[in-house]
Design a protein around this ligand. Structure first.
Ligand code: GLA
Length: 393
């Protein structure tokens, strides 16, 4: 028995390739949140069966086991009117068993349930917002056993973002329930300057759509924001589009598998929240493998929590680096040019002496490439990312 314990302990903690921490977080949002959000795949056409099925798929497809936890119902869960006491009400046709019962189902799977509201009078889709009902709504969410609130910014004319988000944070705290707070004002009010004190994550961009150009644009918007991210507070370049392939209400006809994998690689490098957006009922093998690559996820979830940054962009040849624990590094060689190309990075890019010998592992090939000094060159196909883990010896 003891031997079995020792073997499994060393398997979980010491193998080079199995990186995802299974430890509970030391505090809320200590690592970038991982989960699924209904918006990109379903729009307002959500209901309790869909949400339960996603939870079941988290378990059966191994998403829970690699760290995905939060299942977030975005806009459209509501009944269009508050009740006679002013309480928010879930749409009884979409959610006949009620939200609390749904939360209990989600919790029984070892997962967490998120919900959506808005700081203004109405949500972006016209359902009741939380303005002037902040404490009442926070209490409702806590009584439903909600674990995560995404708080939007439509119909907020005249409000000051920092004040509005701070107010809801205080109301959530007063409930006594631990609720992750996702600030969604699209980066319009420089949230990185004030949001780290208020929420665990804040959107830095307008909505992503289902195209290569869109995720690249959102990625570019992270440049310069690195210093504001860290354990407990993350820049959020929006939810993943991996696996949608044009099959949703989002604008855009989709990306190639390789482009989606590049998108995922870069969200890992910039320590972005990993909120899946596709309909997991239809997810392809390729996209599922992308979303569950433990080595890529481990880069995203590295406990140092440093947001990676770009050190080169020449004719679409991009080099991004992310310092990891134990003096290791992740390096992404991103070809956003017009054709296949070689990309070289040098040790000086990582503050290493040229003679230093490092081990290089290809995260998508799941392969050790060997030991190198001075520099490394990879041939990178069009719109692909070669994602590397660099281990100093
Ligand atoms: C805004 C948000 C999106 C989504 C929709 C829902 O556009 O930015 O992420 O929540 O509202 O209406």
């Amino acid at each position: 028995m003891l031997l079995l314990f020792i073997i499994s302990f060393s398997f979980l903690h010491c193998t080079e390739e199995s990186f995802v921490s299974i430890e509970p977080e030391p505090f809320l949002g200590a690592r970038p949140p991982m989960g699924w959000n209904s918006w990109n795949g379903f729009g307002i056409d959500i209901n309790e069966d869909i949400i339960k099925t996603i939870a079941d798929l988290f378990v059966s497809k191994g998403l829970r086991d690699v760290g995905y936890r939060y299942i977030v119902m975005d806009d459209g869960w509501h009944y269009p009117e508050r009740d006679s006491q002013g309480n928010l009400v879930a749409d009884p046709i979409k959610f006949p068993s009620g939200i609390q019962s749904l939360a209990q189902y989600i919790h029984s799977k070892g997962l967490k349930l998120g919900i959506y509201s808005d700081a203004g009078t109405n949500t972006c889709q016209g359902f009741p917002g939380s303005l002037n009902h902040e404490q009442q709504d926070a209490n409702t969410f806590a009584s439903w056993e909600i674990d995560y609130l995404k708080y939007d910014w439509c119909h907020s004319e005249g409000l000051i973002a920092e004040q509005a988000y701070s107010l809801m944070r205080q109301c959530l705290d007063r409930t006594g329930r631990s609720i992750m707070f996702s600030i969604c004002e699209w980066g319009e009010n420089d949230p990185w300057l004030w949001a780290p004190e208020i929420g665990q994550l804040w959107r830095t961009t307008h909505d992503i759509f289902d195209a290569h150009l869109s995720w690249v644009l959102n990625l570019e918007n992270q440049i310069g924001l690195e210093e504001y991210a860290g354990p407990g507070h993350w820049n959020d370049p929006d939810m993943l589009i991996v696996g949608i392939h044009g099959d949703s209400h989002l604008v855009g006809s989709g990306c190639t598998d390789a482009e989606y994998r590049s998108h995922f690689s870069m969200w890992c490098i910039v320590a972005a929240p990993l909120m899946i957006g596709c309909d997991l009922n239809k997810v392809s093998e390729f996209s599922l493998e992308t979303l569950t690559n433990q080595e890529a996820i481990a880069i995203n979830q590295d406990p140092l929590g440093i947001q990676g940054y770009r050190i080169q962009n020449e004719n679409g040849k991009q080099i991004w680096v992310k310092p990891l624990t134990h003096n290791n590094w992740a390096v992404a060689l991103f070809n956003n040019g017009l054709e296949e190309t070689d990309i070289t990075f040098e040790w000086k890019d990582l503050n290493l002496h040229p003679s230093t010998v490092v081990k290089i592992r290809d995260v998508w090939l799941h392969k050790n490439l060997g030991q190198y000094s001075q520099s490394f060159t990879a041939t990178v196909p069009f719109h692909e990312v070669v994602l590397l883990k660099i281990t100093t010896l």
